[in-house]
Design a protein around this ligand. Structure first.
Ligand code: S3P
Length: 424
C-alpha cells in the first residue's frame, strides 16, 4: 500500500492515548500460557506481532478469548503438541522467546517466519540453548528452526550483546531446569519486562547488576493492564518536537527506565518534554508526557543508552536532521539485524529525502539542521519502524513523498495514522 505524506499541517495539537506495549503484550500472553489457571490481560496489543505469539500459544493448546477489553487466557500450565509448525510471521520476539520454551518440551516443533524474519540471525539463541542441551537444527543459523524437545541443564551465559530477546530466551529455558540456577550476563542492561513479569508471577528469578538468574518455578496466573508503548509514542514525540507551534499530551506511556533512552536523549538535545501523572501498572512505571516544539541541538548516542532506545533509532535519526550540529550514533551495530538492516535503510531513506547523513559500521552521523526536500518515493523494506519514521519525516518535507509498503505499520501500530489525524 502506497501512502502519500505532505507538509500541509499547521501544528500538532491535542491529547492522544498510546496503544499497548508490544514487548509486554508478547510476554503477557506467552507467560500466562505457562501458568496454571486463568490470566486476565487488559489492553493487549492490536499489532500483528503479539498476535503471532497469541496464535502460537493457542496452537499449543491454550484457551484464549477476547471479551470486551480483555484477553482471557486459560491454561493447565502445560503446552500440548497439537501442531508441528508454528509461524512467527515478522516477529523476532515470538521466535526467540518460543524457542527457549519449546527447547524443553517433550515434543518436537518447527518455528518459521516471513522473508524478513527468515533472514535474521538465530545463532544468538541457538548457541546458548545448545549449551543447555537443546537440539536445534536451522538453515545456517537462520529460520526455520527445527527443535527436538529435550531435558535441559543450567548454564551461566556471558552474552556479547545486550538483547532482551536473547536474555528472555535463556531465562524461559532456565525456567524449566530443576534445582540449579541458569544465569545470563549482558554487557549493558536490556529491557527487563521478562524479569518484572516472571517475578510477579512467582518465579524464582533474581537480578544482580547485568546478571539475571532463574530456576524451575511454577508460575501463577496474572491480571495485568498493559501500558502504552513508548516505542510507538516516539513518533508523536518527534513530530511534536520538529513541527513548529506543536504542543501535545501523550497519555498512558510505559516508562520503564530500560526503555526510556529516547526521553533522556530528547532532554539532552534541549527538547521541551515533561512527564506528568506517574503511576504503576503490572509492576511497570507509566505516565503521561507533554511535548512542545523545540529548538534542538545535536548529541552523541552510544554505550549503555543504546539498548534503551534501540527501536527508536530510525525516528531519532529523523529528529537529528532537525537538530543543530552533528548527531553521532555509535555502538548500534545490532541495528543491522532488525526487521531490516536499519543502519543502511535509514541512512539511504533519509538521504533520498535530502538529509545530510553518513553510514558508519556501527551507527550513523547526521549533520543538522537540514530542510528535507522530499519529492520522491521511499521503501519500507518490510520494516514497520521505517514506515512510521518516514511518515513523520514526510510531514516536514518541502514536497510530498510516497511511502511504498505502508501496511507494515500494522506489525506494531495499526491505528498509527488515525491517531496522527486526531492531532492535525
Ligand atoms: C524486544 C527486544 C529488542 C527489540 C525488539 C523487541 C523484546 O530486540 O529490538 O523490537 O521484546 O524483547 P533485541 O533484544 O534483539 O535487541
Amino acid at each position: 500500500m502506497k501512502k502519500i505524506v505532505s507538509r500541509n499541517i499547521e501544528a500538532l495539537k491535542g491529547t492522544i492515548t498510546i496503544p499497548s506495549d508490544k514487548s509486554i503484550s508478547h510476554r503477557a500472553v506467552i507467560f500466562s500460557s505457562l501458568a496454571k489457571g486463568k490470566s486476565v490481560i487488559k489492553n493487549f496489543s492490536d499489532g500483528q506481532d503479539p498476535h503471532s505469539s497469541l496464535e502460537i500459544c493457542k496452537m499449543l493448546g491454550i484457551e484464549a478469548e477476547f471479551t470486551e477489553d480483555k484477553l482471557i487466557i486459560n491454561s493447565n500450565g502445560k503446552l500440548e503438541k497439537k501442531h508441528d509448525i508454528f509461524d512467527c510471521g515478522n516477529s523476532g520476539t515470538t521466535m526467540r522467546l518460543m524457542a527457549g520454551i519449546l527447547a524443553r518440551q517433550n515434543f518436537s516443533s518447527i518455528l518459521t517466519g516471513d522473508t524478513s524474519l527468515s533472514a535474521r540471525p538465530m545463532k544468538r539463541i541457538i548457541e546458548p540453548l545448545t549449551l543447555m542441551g537443546a537440539k536445534i537444527t536451522s538453515n545456517d543459523f537462520k529460520a526455520p528452526l527445527k527443535i527436538t524437545g529435550n531435558k535441559l541443564h543450567a548454564i551461566h551465559y556471558n552474552s556479547k550483546i545486550a538483547s532482551a530477546q536473547v536474555k528472555s530466551c535463556i531465562l524461559l529455558a532456565g525456567l524449566g531446569v530443576e534445582n540449579e540456577f541458569t544465569s545470563i550476563t549482558e554487557p549493558y542492561i536490556s529491557r527487563n519486562h521478562t524479569e518484572i513479569m516472571l517475578k510477579n508471577m512467582g518465579a524464582d528469578i533474581n537480578t544482580d547488576g547485568t546478571t539475571v538468574s532463574i530456576k524451575k518455578s511454577n508460575l501463577i496466573p496474572i491480571d495485568i493492564t498493559i501500558p502504552g508503548d513508548i516505542s510507538s509514542a516516539a513518533y508523536f514525540i518527534t513530530a511534536a518536537l520538529i513541527i513548529p507551534n506543536s504542543k501535545i499530551i501523550i497519555k498512558n506511556i510505559g516508562l520503564n527506565p530500560t526503555r526510556t533512552g529516547i526521553l533522556d536523549i530528547v532532554k539532552e538535545m534541549g527538547g521541551n518534554i515533561k512527564i506528568l501523572n506517574k503511576y504503576e501498572t503490572g509492576g511497570e512505571p507509566a505516565g503521561d508526557i507533554s511535548v512542545e516544539y523545540s529548538e534542538l541541538k545535536a548529541c552523541k548516542i552510544s554505550g549503555e543508552v543504546i539498548p534503551k532506545l534501540i527501536d527508536e533509532i530510525p525516528i531519532i535519526a529523523v529528529l537529528a536532521t532537525q537538530s543543530d550540529g552533528d548527531t553521532v550514533i555509535s555502538g548500534a551495530q545490532d541495528l543491522r539485524n532488525k526487521e531490516s538492516d536499519r543502519i543502511t535503510t535509514v541512512v539511504n531513506g533519509l538521504k533520498s529525502l535530502g538529509a545530510d547523513i553518513e553510514e558508519t559500521t556501527d551507527g550513523m552521523i547526521i549533520h543538522g539542521k537540514t530542510e528535507l526536500s522530499g519529492g520522491c518515493e521511499i521503501e519500507t523494506c518490510h520494516d514497520h519502524r521505517l514506515a512510521m519514521s518516514f511518515f513523520v519525516a514526510g510531514l516536514i518535507c518541502k514536497k510530498e513523498i510516497t511511502i511504498n509498503g505502508f501496511e507494515w505499520v500494522n506489525i506494531s501500530f495499526p491505528n498509527f495514522e488515525e491517531l496522527f489525524l486526531k492531532l492535525f
